[in-house]
Write a protein that binds this ligand. Sequence first.
Ligand SMILES: NC(=O)c1ccc[n+]([C@@H]2O[C@H](COP(=O)([O-])OP(=O)(O)OC[C@H]3O[C@@H](n4cnc5c(N)ncnc54)[C@H](O)[C@@H]3O)[C@@H](O)[C@H]2O)c1
Length: 375
Amino acid sequence: MNHTFHLPDSSVFLGPLAETLPAWLRNRQYEQFFIITDRNTHAVCSGCLQLPGAVEFVVGGIGHAGTAGFVPEQLKTLQTCEQIWAAMLGARLDRRALVINLGGGVISDMGGFCAATYKRGLDFVQLPTSLLAMTDAAIGGKLGIDFHGVKNAIGVFKNPVAVFADPDFLKSLPARELRSGFAEIIKHALIGDPALWQKIQSLHPESIADGAALSAASWIDLLEASISVKTQVVTLDPHEHGIRALLNFGHTFGHAIESYFLPTADPLTHGEAVAMGMLCEALPSDGAGAVFPFEQDAEILRIIPGFFPCRPIPDSAFPAIWDLMLQDKKNKSGVVRLALPDAEPFSMRLQETSRADVERRLRRYNVLLAAAGEK
Ligand SMILES: NC(=O)c1ccc[n+]([C@@H]2O[C@H](COP(=O)([O-])OP(=O)(O)OC[C@H]3O[C@@H](n4cnc5c(N)ncnc54)[C@H](O)[C@@H]3O)[C@@H](O)[C@H]2O)c1
């Protein structure tokens, strides 16, 4: 079943790529195609594209597929952009070219950034292949790369001309990556869709880690609901002057936690870090009650540790995590702010936080995990 979501200057097509992409291309005059993939999506997804003469750039190079030892986030850098821009020049791309980003969120963020900046901007489409990219990263035109250890420090806003989300790609996605994408679905439920949140509470965590345990129709329902929240928010506020910051729920802590673990031997996935961040941000702060959207629904503190293998955060990491939070884009005059869902769907409050509050939340988070582990 196909479904189309319309944004002011772009559309999101949910359905089989073999139907949606050729139909869309038929009415367009592109003369060159430049495909950006990563090692895994080159191996398992690029066969779906039949575009004679297309040039492909593979982030991480062609090699054995698999996530062991290959962390695309570590390649979401200026150095990789230089290689992509060089390949674009080598292919003599001009304004009649279409860039096709076939991959997870790293490819949609970095491939989109390279397309948006090369020769002042080429058209690009997002073909998200991970759950996280389908439901979130590929939609809304936030593009960029990590820089000097800070997540998404360099980037631009530019919408893709279209997004094509084909749930069939989820069949080859490893369990850990399925779960990772599910974190953004939980976030979308908590910020804008109480019915989706109810549905999530009825799911067994194993059904997400084992994609085959959910029917294709259930995946489509989850994707539809989640994409709907994202497209509504970015339509209301395309450049994040207001309500779009709500999509950052869990990310003030989450980005800092993800950046902290990225250079280690055991990096977190983006979704794992966001899940941990949502817990930290939903926990009670100084004297105030906990933040639970939708009529004080404390289930969030039970559901998230059930779905995600959240890891404890050592006290020794607290100073570095605070330093990373000082780089958050929502900060105002040096004050770090959390974007928290309020009682009504699509309502937000920005809560100021401090170093002491952040450390207290991290400690409470560790206590919560220990208690969840003992049950
Ligand atoms: N721009 C935005 O609005 C936005 C929103 C959320 C997240 N993001 C960004 O998205 C990134 C995370 O995205 P992600 O979780 O997709 O990470 P990712 O791009 O690293 O993909 C995860 C892993 O899955 C593999 N993979 C992807 N599709 C596959 C498939 N169909 N079969 C087999 N393997 C597959 C990849 O090769 C990679 O190893 C982060 O950089 C984050 O900052 C951006």
